[in-house]
Design a protein around this ligand. Structure first.
Ligand SMILES: [Zn+2]
Length: 430
């Protein structure tokens, strides 16, 4: 090896002394020793527990006194920490561009540039403790490219489930326009052909729109029923960006699977959602007072800030009703999962808002773990700390069953058995 390469290798080794932790050999075992494991179903906490991880999966969980740690295992002390499943954020756009100065600077971004920016956002999201994201609208198939790269280990990021592009009637709140039942059927089939795990449609206007009303229902019955039927015939669920009661009622009639935001949904609509098991992904951080800090930072115009304020009150009342009524809620932010928000991340701030609106801390933790896993139908793969499940594990230094703000103390992140962050050993896959 030439001396320049040696110097480079040496400097990398010095800068990241525990890099070896990130890529364990296939059969090596990692032992997380002495932590308190949280059962996110019951809230039961088991102190002094050891978790063995092998080949990306949890192979054993038990009392530290009873688990035999194999010779040669990598040992990570979890004393004084609580272990929970990796967090899941169900409303993410990794290529997000919003109105304002930051969005304007990206106006001429090419697809290759955007994919690299999305990869950076994916890495930051994972390091913030989010091991699974559901993408609900990206450009030109860039999400499929990124998902493949993450699955191949070329870049690091969360597990991705994605909708491809947002399908809308012409003039709607999204990028892929189509009209008439057959026009819409074709674009749905195209997204599924590319690899969409779900279909995202916009059935009403959005906060960011300069035209149209959030409360309108611009699609015809024929259009909406055909779109949903085609997706369902392919085994793919459909979720809708929606703030309109009229559009919600129409979509519920045709078997919609979920609503994003739900700004103005009323009690009868929530009741029907509960009865039909329709999911709600609230994205409270975009409409509540804390959002102003974020929108100012990105240079959002005044008309946008006004729309946020007028929507926020209804949105909060809707969430309180949904919680009271037991509607299925899965956490989502509509901001980058790691976006700074009130001294923590958007993901954690969102969970805190759920607790403030009436969830118990455990329910808020469920909304960030097992509920999303159920919504994505990956609960056999991840969402709980159990033998056989993917080793998607986050450690925190406070008790999340007492107060969901404990999520502010995330200091260790493992995805699929790979440690990507360990603050105690100053390791960051950065
Ligand atoms: Zn969104």
């Amino acid at each position: 090896m030439k001396s320049r390469q040696w110097r480079l290798a040496l400097s990398v080794a010095l800068a990241w002394p525990v890099t070896v932790l990130a890529q364990p050999a296939p059969s090596s075992v990692t032992a997380l020793v002495g932590g308190t494991v949280v059962d996110v179903d019951s809230g039961r906490e088991t102190p002094d527990t050891t978790i063995l991880v092998q080949d990306g999966r949890i192979s054993q969980i038990g009392a530290s006194s009873g688990v035999a740690v194999p010779a040669g295992a990598k040992i990570v002390s979890m004393k004084g920490k609580w272990l929970i499943p990796g967090l899941m954020n169900m409303h993410v756009h990794l290529g997000l561009k919003l109105p304002g100065a930051q969005g304007a600077a990206l106006a001429n971004e090419t697809d290759p540039e955007e994919v690299l920016r999305m990869a950076d956002n994916a890495r930051r999201s994972l390091l913030s403790g989010v091991t699974t994201v559901r993408l609900v609208g990206e450009d030109h198939g860039n999400d499929f490219v990124l998902r493949r790269a993450i699955e191949h280990g070329e870049v690091i990021g969360p597990r991705i489930k994605t909708a491809g592009e947002i399908i809308v009637p012409t003039g709607g709140h999204g990028s892929l326009e189509a009209d008439g039942p057959y026009g819409l059927a074709k674009v749905v089939r195209e997204q599924i052909k590319q690899g969409a795990d779900l279909i995202k449609i916009a059935i009403s206007g959005g906060i960011a729109d300069t035209h149209g009303s959030i409360s309108a229902a611009p699609m015809t019955d024929e259009e909406m029923s055909t779109l949903i039927e085609v997706a369902h015939r392919n085994g793919v669920p459909v979720t809708a960006h929606n703030g309109s009661v009229a559009a919600a009622q129409q979509a519920l009639r045709f078997g919609i699977n979920g609503f994003e935001h739900g700004y103005h949904l009323d009690v009868p609509t929530l009741k029907e959602m509960k009865a039909k098991g329709v999911w709600l992904v609230p994205t409270m951080v975009v409409s509540q007072p804390g959002a102003r800090e974020f929108y100012k930072k990105i240079g959002s115009p005044d008309w946008y800030l006004d729309r946020v304020d007028s929507t926020g009150k209804d949105h909060w009342a809707m969430l309180q009703n949904a919680i009271k009524m037991g509607v299925n809620i899965a956490l989502g932010t509509d901001e980058f999962p790691y976006e700074p928000n009130g001294g923590t991340t958007a993901t954690v701030a969102e969970a805190e808002l759920y607790q403030k609106a009436g969830m118990t801390p455990l329910q808020a933790l469920q909304a960030a773990t097992i509920k999303p896993a159920e919504m994505l139908k990956i609960q056999e793969e991840t969402g709980r700390l159990q033998p056989g499940k993917a080793a998607d594990i986050v450690a925190i230094t406070a008790d999340p069953v007492k107060d969901i703000s404990a999520l502010r103390t995330i200091d260790f992140v493992m995805k699929g058995g790979h440690v990507v962050r360990d603050d105690a050993s100053a390791f960051l896959a950065d």
